[in-house]
Ligand binder design. Structure first.
Ligand SMILES: *Cc1c(COP(=O)(O)O)cnc(C)c1O
Length: 361
């Protein structure tokens, strides 16, 4: 068996310890004689898995009691529809456009309400987070939408927008559990699991109870109603059982290492190593505003597209895979999520140094 250093943006690397544990339990989970994949979601043994996953996530993020935790399906993308469908009241919402995903969310929401784009960084190809201290928040905004970490461009908010009392909703798909957050500042946080938590197919929704309403359009499909999922403990229908089980293991892995403060410290060390090299290299450079840099997705390029291509190819041969930037940006992107060990970043920087040496004249 050979494991590579996997810098994929998502689905992405998972902690090796977690995968090994899951492998050990694959055929017989805790003397049940079955795999978690094979058991009824209505069984006591699965109920314990989902309850523990929720409790551990609450512990990790210090989620207040007046928030529900839901494990849903449909990817982060389905939340782009569920949010306006469930939260529309006045028929207006404010969106901060910091990249591809925020834009998609706004486009989808505009089917259900009037979308005001109150800030955007599209003028510079989303290479920065706009100033969010004094936004033009709509008086009647049902909520304000942000995408906290912009997976494709490699930017991250380092302060929260001042929403002037309006509900803040955050797409945290590529930064959830990477650092401590104050959940009480948000109405809702959601994340697809496949970037920083678990396998694709599970979506985590953390939503304040008063936002879960019954007085919404009665034509809303039951599967797209937060009230239905909340009342049924995420089990209105069969939930993504195996995904929830693996997410739960990752929550325990994080708790065992000391929680979000501990992983944040490691994430800062990893990102700093890479950004410091990029800041000093004559061949490679980071592509985003320094004040907006992401800890999770590090975007960079060399001095030419040809050299970028050569770098990606040689890196792959050396066991550093998925370094190609998104098809819309080109260049390179190293996604260094929670599960990427420091050793992986050290090895990548060493490889980059060697590459720079070999290709400079
Ligand atoms: C990947 C990603 C999405 C899309 O997730 P799906 O699970 O494929 O729907 C949405 N938002 C962000 C920030 C992402 O990184």
């Amino acid at each position: 068996m050979k494991r590579i250093y996997n810098f994929s943006a998502g689905p992405a690397i998972l902690p090796e310890e977690v995968l090994k544990e899951a492998a050990n339990e694959m055929l017989d989970y805790k003397d049940s004689g079955m795999s978690v994949m094979e058991m009824s979601h209505r069984s006591k043994i699965f109920q314990q898995i989902i309850d523990e996953a929720e409790q551990d996530l609450r512990k990790l993020m210090h989620i207040p009691d007046n928030y529900k935790v839901l494990f849903l399906q449909g990817g982060a993308t389905l939340q782009f529809s569920m949010i306006p469908m469930n939260l529309v009241k006045n028929g207006v919402a404010d969106y901060i456009i910091t990249g591809h995903w925020a834009k998609k969310a706004a486009e989808e929401a505009s089917k259900y309400l009037k979308v005001n784009e109150i800030a955007s960084s599209e003028d510079k190809v989303f290479s920065y987070i706009p100033d969010v201290k004094n936004l033009n928040i709509s008086n009647d905004a049902d909520y304000v939408f942000m995408c906290d970490n912009n997976t494709i461009y490699g930017t991250k908010y380092h302060e929260l927008p001042d929403t002037k009392g309006k509900i803040l909703i955050s797409d945290a798909s590529s930064c959830i559990l990477s650092e401590p957050v104050d959940v009480s500042k948000y109405g809702m946080i959601f994340a697809g699991a496949q970037k920083n938590v678990g396998p694709a197919g599970t979506v985590i929704v953390i939503i304040r109870e008063d936002l879960i309403r019954k007085d919404i359009d009665p034509k809303t499909p039951l599967m797209l109603r937060y009230d239905i999922h909340a009342e049924n403990g995420s089990m209105y229908n069969t939930p993504p059982t195996y995904g929830i089980y693996l997410c739960g293991k990752v929550f325990k892995w994080l708790l065992n290492m000391g929680g979000l403060e501990a992983i944040h410290k490691k994430n800062v060390e990893k990102a700093n190593l890479l950004y410091d090299y990029l800041d000093h290299s004559k061949m490679f450079s980071g592509t985003v505003d320094k004040k907006s840099r992401s800890l999770m997705n590090v975007c960079f390029r060399s001095i030419s597209a040809e050299l970028d291509e050569k770098f990606i190819k040689e890196a792959k041969q050396q066991g550093f895979d998925n370094l190609k930037g998104h098809r819309t940006t080109g260049g390179m992107r190293a996604s260094i999520y929670n599960a990427m060990p420091m050793a992986g970043v050290v090895a990548l920087v060493d490889f980059m140094k060697q590459f720079e040496k070999n290709h400079s004249h």
